[in-house]
Design a binder for this molecule. Structure first.
Ligand code: ADP
Ligand code: MG
Length: 292
């Protein structure tokens, strides 16, 4: 079988980001349900070949902490050329969707679940780094939950060539970028750790932590300046000391002082999270109600 538009039935739209649109689809030859992300790209044969070569790495990169990759194809339509990336459909939605759901129910994600999120993201990052891949875009919408309650990372920067050919401006500007990234330095494995720290605070308080609540609105540039120069946010006092210390070290501004994902797997908060029995399948079913 081949992955191509003719073999795919589009079921519904799951969401839209700055560079692409994600649909729930059915692969007709096998009736497999998948998520398909399409992104407009510049037409360029040689470059598309290189993208396909780079994406091949995704096939090898399988891990319980990484959203499964099924394949990718290019297609032409009236709006030009696009690439479609087919991946595992995650029924539980993103961590962003989950905390927004919690907010609707006047609830908040608790420390037990956040511990499992930290554990999964760190394991995913360590796995990616073993293939010399830095994620580059850790944020709540790129942490997905499967119907079985597994927590997985998606949308990592495996293909530099793909990033270059995405037909969109403003690719790569993100409020989750570490201070060294905002200042244009090279990416280090520690840059993903900063983004994890912000992600945990956001998921715990149902809103992005910069600027702090009560602070006047900021423009994009002002906000990035704020992140570089002003104090970092903290987890609030309803969380344990281990949890708050974990986030504190994730948000150390100097990347050389900030721990790596490997080091953080030994942090007391993560060690405790790993030992804790939590039924995440029942949890995600409760979040969405039994029939989603
Ligand atoms: P962003 O991550 O910036 O929101 P994306 O285009 O990557 O933008 O994704 C759009 C939305 O689609 C995400 O917020 C997420 O809720 C949803 N989504 C992405 N991938 C999947 C997937 N594999 N399974 C289920 N939902 C997904
Ligand atoms: Mg995404």
């Amino acid at each position: 079988y081949v992955l191509k538009d003719e073999n795919i039935l589009v079921m519904r739209k799951l969401g839209e980001g700055s560079v692409g649109t994600v649909h729930k689809v059915e692969y007709l030859p096998t009736r497999k349900i998948m998520a398909r992300k399409t992104m407009a790209v510049y037409p360029d044969e040689a470059n598309h070949k290189q993208i396909v070569r780079e994406l091949r790495l995704l096939k090898q990169c399988q891990s319980p902490y990484i959203v499964k990759f099924f394949g990718a194809y290019f297609s032409d339509d009236n709006d030009g050329q696009s690439i479609a990336i087919c991946m595992e459909y995650c029924e539980g939605g993103s961590l962003e969707a989950v905390y927004k759901r919690a907010a609707q129910l006047n609830a908040q994600i608790g420390e037990g679940v956040l511990g499992k999120v930290a554990l999964a993201v760190l394991n995913g990052l360590v796995h990616l780094h073993s293939y010399r891949v830095i994620h580059r875009d850790v944020k709540p919408s790129n942490i997905l939950v499967t119907g079985r309650g597994e927590i997985k990372l998606c949308d990592f920067g495996v293909s530099g060539e793909l990033v270059d050919s995405i037909a969109q401006t403003f690719v790569g500007t993100s409020y989750y970028m570490a201070p060294e990234r905002i200042q244009g330095d090279r990416y280090a494995v520690q840059s993903d750790v900063w983004s994890l720290g912000l992600t945990l605070i956001e998921a715990s308080q149902n809103q992005f932590p910069f600027p702090p609540p009560g602070h006047p609105q900021l423009s994009v540039i002002e906000l990035l300046e704020y992140i570089i120069h002003m104090p970092v946010p903290e987890m609030d006092t309803r969380f344990s000391d281990e949890c708050r210390d974990f986030v504190r070290v994730c948000l150390i501004k100097d990347p050389k002082e900030r721990p790596t994902p490997q080091q953080l797997l030994r942090h007391a908060f993560v060690v405790r999270a790993a030992a804790k029995k939590l039924d995440l399948k029942s949890w995600i079913e409760r979040v969405w109600g039994f029939k989603k």
